[in-house]
Design a binder for this molecule. Structure first.
Ligand SMILES: Cc1cc2nc3c(=O)[nH]c(=O)nc-3n(C[C@H](O)[C@H](O)[C@H](O)COP(=O)(O)OP(=O)(O)OC[C@H]3O[C@@H](n4cnc5c(N)ncnc54)[C@H](O)[C@@H]3O)c2cc1C
Length: 375
């Protein structure tokens, strides 16, 4: 049996941001079920002025224009952006976490949360005939919400998303794509009810096309979407990924000896169904609180609850406002998307705000302005 101060389950952006922030001051083990770190996103697009400097090394493409296509009309505007290779972002986080002393075990799925008198005291890792019990003062659930083994913390609370609360996402990396330097967002119930599709270039000759929504079939809907996008006419998928997100929130993010960050805490933005940047911030916030709790010798729910207070104060308003916009749009999806497009035509700066919101950048600020358009 091995002992650490902290075991982090999942080496996605949340878990590795946590490990990077905590590893200089505590013994941290990150266990990842897959053979490589990184979660299941290929890439992400960001407005250029929102690119965090530390992620500049992962830029694979610059874009010049954003297009939003609604059920009936479409708009384009000059908004400079960058496409990041997400695998690189996560590898860079892993590098920094490792340099600060974190241990990172890949191919190491956590199959069970170990409890003693209701307090989390470690995890049982298991792959094939290999089994290992790892004990720790604190377990950080950063296992996302995409796999059947994700979500140790929601399971502890007895929470499992219902099928109608589950959002599917799928992405293709396509070869032979028209190298247009724009990012496109597509909306319409015909495509993805209460969701959207996106396309952006990914280095010369490649593009990424993705789709997310409630009640969609991730593969079939994605193939239909790709077939509809003119610029992707002759491109073919060379890699695909899919994932799940949840359309509901958890009432709490911590319990005795355990807390949940990012997707594992169901911290998913309602409209974009994203949350990469927020997962990284949650990881950093949680690290600060866990280190303090270890120093104070109080890793009870009360000792860890400062994380929840911080999250609700600093990230909560973004999630609430973005959800308010999603709820307003949902009342009549196609009609309200068209009303947003009309608003963006009158005030072109709103298109940049909408694109930023879809990329998870300051979503609360943009949502507030867009809610005014819907009245
Ligand atoms: C196709 C797709 C495209 C997306 N595009 C965007 C985007 O452009 N912008 C954006 O903001 N968001 C996007 N998202 C959402 C984004 O991926 C999530 O918000 C983000 O990954 C959450 O990070 P995380 O670290 O919490 O979880 P994840 O990235 O899901 O990482 C969790 C990690 O835990 C591992 N794991 C799971 N269970 C266990 C276990 N039991 N033991 C050990 N390891 C385990 C997983 O293998 C994974 O590596 C997209 C999602 C998908 C599926």
């Amino acid at each position: 049996m091995q002992r650490y101060d902290i075991v982090v389950v999942g080496a996605g952006p949340a878990g590795l941001s946590f490990a990077r922030a905590a590893s200089a001051e505590a013994r941290v083990l990150v266990c990842e079920m897959q053979a490589s770190v990184g979660g299941n996103t290929f890439s992400t697009w960001l407005p250029r002025d929102a690119l965090p400097g530390e992620l500049a090394r992962a830029v694979v493409q610059r874009t010049k224009e954003v297009k939003v296509r609604g059920p009936k009309s479409e708009l384009a505007s000059r908004v400079e952006g960058v496409v990041l290779d997400w695998k690189w972002v996560v590898r860079l986080l892993a590098l920094e976490a490792r340099r600060r002393g974190a241990e990172i075990w890949t191919s190491s799925p956590a199959k069970e949360l170990l409890l003693k008198e209701g307090k989390a005291v470690g995890v049982r890792l298991e792959a094939g005939s290999w089994r290992e019990e790892v004990r720790s003062e604190v377990v950080v659930d950063a296992s996302g919400c995409s796999s059947e083994w994700s979500g140790l913390f929601p399971r502890l609370l007895g929470r499992k998303p219902k099928p109608e609360e589950t959002v599917f996402s799928g992405e293709h990396l396509l070869a032979g794509a028209d190298p247009e330097d724009s990012v496109e967002f597509h909306f319409g119930s015909y495509l993805a009810p209460l969701g959207n599709g996106w396309v952006h270039p990914f280095g010369s000759g490649f593009a990424v096309a993705g789709i997310q929504g409630l009640r969609i079939h991730p593969e079939a809907s994605l193939d239909e979407f790709v077939a509809k996008v003119r610029r992707l006419g002759r491109a073919a998928p060379v890699a695909s990924t899919r994932g799940m997100a949840v359309d509901v929130s958890l009432e709490s993010f911590c319990s005795d000896g355990i807390l949940a960050i990012g997707g594992a805490g169901w911290q998913v933005l309602a409209l974009s169904r994203g949350g990469l940047l927020q997962a990284m911030k949650a990881g950093e916030m949680a690290a600060k609180v866990v280190l303090e709790a270890l120093t104070e010798g109080d890793v009870s729910k009360e000792g860890l609850s400062e994380y929840e207070r911080l999250w609700r104060r600093e990230l909560g308003p973004d999630f609430e406002l973005e959800r308010a916009l999603y709820s307003a749009l949902s009342r009549s999806w196609d009609r309200n998307v068209e009303r947003l497009l009309e608003g963006m035509e009158r005030e072109p700066a709103l298109l940049r705000d909408f694109a930023a919101l879809l990329a998870g950048v300051e979503p609360g600020r943009a949502a507030k302005k867009l809610l005014e358009v819907l009245g």
